[in-house]
Design a protein around this ligand. Structure first.
Ligand code: ARG
Ligand code: ZN
Length: 852
């Protein structure tokens, strides 16, 4: 059943405090929930609490057993028919079985460790509650466990009050003074190793930090600890936000549906975002750890201290927190490189989502299954909206607005409107349209030069059903020797403030008295999440490569040039690669640019990008062939440049800092192209011998992508070397799933029978099946074999873990872009999945995929 934003109503009762006693047991965990309620609205309303699969064993009102006629209890609901008209305490005892919890929502065990995931609606799988974000409660939690050998730790939110042994059991008592919604509740218990540290906040308060991991892997959590301390300091200096409890704990678990979870004072992480060692983790893993550690930590203010009124407001905490973590990474590493990475991800995942059947506004007005709204639109486009706000008003006013937000809404459950009201925006209602409309706007860019007069015209074309919105266009007009001074330019319609043009329907900038034609560099730093529709002109792009000082636009111009050739190959054209090779080779070799940036320039637009730009009726085999051919041709044409880049001195294997990572990225990007061009010898050696995982994996990838004859042996060696390292074995599964030699579907089926493949571990499923869905030629095989494979896995997984099943199925979001045989095959397969759907998660996704 669909939930609508307009139906929002507060609960008739508040729940100011909850005391939980959780006696852990693998199959019979007893949860005693004593919650104080008090009337907040109509006292004639019954008290209706949510549950999910619960078994009630006891119910008391103010300490007295409730008679059976006074309440109604089903697995998914508890109703107190006539609550007292004043404050009262309701005690409910339920029993749950962590070991039977394969959904990984609520209380479950991962590798023997008890842990919880409550966002969005997992708390109701532990006990009955108002399981919604606008009910804020102070929690007092007693965790009990059998006194098994190995000194288990027992953790919950807030500060530790007491712990010890009692009657053959261990206990710990936690109190969280900050009122919070159910989704931020957490418990963790098990035998874990720890790295500990302390952090002194800017006002001088000492905070005990700990990161808990599988015993023996403590050293692999050192980098995460370092990232945590840097995050804490950064939030103080950039946003004035200090940490508020005496302790901050992080626990890494190996079975987790998402990346991580910001539970108050007790973050729970997918272990891939904690554990790292240069021998086992890539530079990308390191930057991912840094970003996710920061993201979850930043939620303490944007999400926890100020939470969401309802789940429609999810972007209020997620978009804002992604913006904050992107800014953190930009400050820690390279701003230019961070921006390119973020936009690349946005265009590759969010733009297609926005154009397909799963499209939805950043702040949706309805949903059928909340778990399916943790999307790239809410997160990444949500972050872009915050970035536009920042661009419009500038850093100083943005910080002022954030301060107002923290001051005004601390301790509350807020809305997007509340947030926007804190900023000095000219037209807040117009800006809000960004939150209401689905789809990506297009901005048409036209230039004219006649008799010394240059005009740049921008025209906004909203997506279907969408409205005109204010769009910040950061721009420069570039002459031969640099940017023209725009202060005297004539502006029609739009308004120009510094280098930011505010675009509504259209805007024109005129510059007179020129003696040569300039070129515009528009949407510098990708200042708005829009499609830029500008006449294709390789000559202009070449000129931009010479003139532009904006790194994002420089990279974008290089990508457009490459994409032009790629599209031409797809259509069987015969454009030469020489000009492209020359232009990107020049940037790649330019010592004035940072190596990580140069590495990006050496990477061709992905197959997915090609699918995006082709208007429809895409032939996946031709996409694959065009990409392979162009990579090989460039590799051959650029052989000399690439050889020089590969010969650069390698950074030391255990240096994981950004500079070393950038150096490796450049050498490996060069190697990737060179390998495709036929220069494989050094690549084979690196794939077999590198002691740094980034280098080893890059070489392996290059061999596999080139379908090199040595790939099989190198992959086998890699497998045998890292079989017992789950996170590394995942990388192997992914490379195998992405091979494009025409037998990927069969290979993935074989790998599903690998002794270490299991549907129970989400990371493993994503590494094989999720990666497979990114293999364009294989997943979108014309005979539908790829679609059937995914459908089978998702249908089976639907019985165990619906969230992961539903997430895998979103890969069908683009099936309409492909040609008729593929579209029809996909449709038939989806109808079959629909007929067998068990969960609301899968049913919702498939219904939208078939309809939209
Ligand atoms: N709030 C978490 C984060 O973004 C994600 C939790 C998602 N959980 C879920 N069940 N969908 O940091
Ligand atoms: Zn988040």
């Amino acid at each position: 059943q669909t939930v609508h934003l307009e139906d929002y109503a507060p609960t008739p009762y508040r729940a100011p405090s909850t005391t939980l006693m959780i006696a852990l047991h693998p199959t019979r965990t007893v949860v005693r929930n004593e919650t104080a309620y008090e009337p907040a609205g109509n006292v004639d309303d019954p008290l209706v609490l949510e549950g999910d699969g619960l078994v009630l064993v006891e119910a008391q009102l103010d300490g007295m057993a409730l008679s059976a006629s006074a309440y109604e209890a089903t697995p998914d609901r508890f109703v107190l028919k006539v609550p007292p008209k004043k404050r009262f305490t309701l005690t409910l005892v339920t029993i749950v079985s962590p070991d039977d919890n394969t959904e990984l929502m609520g209380l479950y065990r991962s590798n023997g460790v008890y842990c919880t995931q409550c966002e969005a609606e997992g708390f109701r799988r532990i006990t009955y509650a108002y399981d919604r974000p606008d009910v804020l409660t102070v929690y007092d939690v007693l965790v009990l466990a059998d006194d098994t050998p190995g000194e288990p730790v027992l953790l919950s939110n807030g500060n530790l009050i007491a712990s010890g042994k009692m009657g053959g059991r261990r206990y710990s008592h936690w109190h969280d003074p900050f009122p919070k919604p159910t989704y931020l509740f957490a418990v963790v218990a098990g035998v874990l190793g720890a790295v500990t540290d302390t952090f002194t906040t800017q006002s001088g308060k000492a905070v005990d930090l700990a990161i808990y991991v599988e015993p023996g892997k403590e050293a692999r959590a050192e980098y995460a600890m370092d990232a945590l301390k840097r995050s804490m300091r950064w939030d103080e200096t950039r946003f004035g936000r200090e940490y508020d409890l005496d302790v901050f704990n992080i626990v890494a678990v190996s079975d987790f549906n998402m990346g991580a979870m910001e539970n108050k004072g007790l973050n729970v992480f997918n272990d891939r975002y904690v554990l790292a060692d240069p021998r086992l983790a890539t530079d990308t893993d390191y930057s991912g750890i840094e970003a996710v550690i920061a993201h979850e930590y930043f939620h303490n203010w944007t999400g926890n201290r100020i939470t969401c009124r309802d789940w429609f407001q999810l972007c209020l905490k997620e978009g804002l927190t992604v913006f904050r973590d992107q800014e953190f990474s930009a400050d820690m590493r390279s701003r230019a490189v961070e921006r390119i990475e973020d936009v690349r991800r946005l265009r590759l995942a969010q733009f297609p989502e926005d154009a397909g059947p799963l499209r939805h506004p950043v702040r949706p007005a309805e949903y059928a299954e909340i778990s399916n709204l943790y999307t790239t639109t809410v997160y990444e486009k949500g972050a872009e909206l915050i970035r536009m706000l920042h661009t419009f008003i500038g850093e100083t006013a943005f910080r002022r607005g954030m301060d107002t937000y923290f001051e005004r809404f601390d301790g509350t459950a807020a809305t997007v409107e509340d947030f926007i009201s804190c900023f000095e925006l000219d037209e807040p209602d117009a800006f809000m349209r960004w939150y209401h409309d689905a789809g990506t706007p297009t901005v048409r860019v036209d230039e004219a030069y006649v008799d010394g007069r240059y005009s740049l015209q921008l025209t906004q074309c909203p997506p279907e059903g969408g409205a005109i919105k204010p769009i910040p266009v950061r721009l420069a007009v570039l002459g031969q020797t640099g940017a023209l001074d725009l202060s005297g330019a004539g502006v029609e319609e739009g308004s120009l403030c510094g280098d930011i043009l505010t675009l509504k329907e259209s805007a024109t900038i005129n510059i007179d008295g020129l003696n040569e034609e300039p070129i515009a560099s528009v949407f510098r730093g990708f200042s708005a999440p829009v499609h830029i529709d500008r006449p294709v002109d390789p000559v202009r792009d070449m000129a931009l490569l010479e003139r532009d000082s904006d790194p994002f636009n420089l990279w974008d111009a290089s990508q457009r040039l490459a994409l032009g050739v790629l599209v031409d190959r797809y259509w069987g054209g015969s454009l030469e690669v020489d000009a492209l090779a020359e232009s990107i080779g020049r940037i790649a070799a330019d010592p004035r640019m940072e190596p990580a940036f140069r590495a990006f320039v050496l990477q061709l637009p992905s197959r997915g990008t090609l699918v995006e730009v082709l208007a429809g009726d895409v032939d996946a085999d031709k996409v694959d062939a065009a990409h392979q051919e162009l990579t090989a041709a460039l590799g051959a044409a650029m052989a000399d440049t690439l050889a020089k880049l590969r010969a650069r001195p390698a950074p030391t294997a255990d240096d994981v800092r950004a500079a070393a990572a950038g150096e490796r990225a450049l050498r490996n990007a060069a190697q990737h192209l060179a390998t495709a061009g036929g220069a494989r010898e050094a690549t084979v050696r690196q794939a077999m011998e590198a002691t740094n995982m980034t280098d080893r994996l890059a070489a392996l990838n290059a061999l596999a992508a080139a379908n090199a004859p040595e790939a099989d042996a190198a992959l086998k060696a890699f497998h045998d070397a890292f079989e017992d390292e789950p996170l590394v074995l995942n990388k192997w599964f992914s490379i195998e799933a992405l091979r494009s030699d025409g037998r990927s579907v069969e290979r993935v089926r074989e790998l599903m029978a690998h002794p270490k493949f299991s549907l129970k571990n989400p990371n493993r499923v994503r590494s094989l099946i999720g990666a497979f869905t990114q293999n364009i030629a294989a997943f979108h095989r014309a005979d539908g074999a790829g679609y059937r494979l995914l459908a089978e896995v998702a249908t089976t997984l639907d019985q165990q873990n619906p969230q992961v099943a539903a997430r895998l199925l979103t890969a069908f979001g683009e099936y309409r872009r492909f040609d008729a045989p593929r579209r029809e095959a996909a449709r038939a397969v989806l109808q079959d999945v629909q007929a067998r759907a068990r969960s609301s998660d899968v049913a919702d996704i498939v219904r939208r995929l078939l309809k939209g």
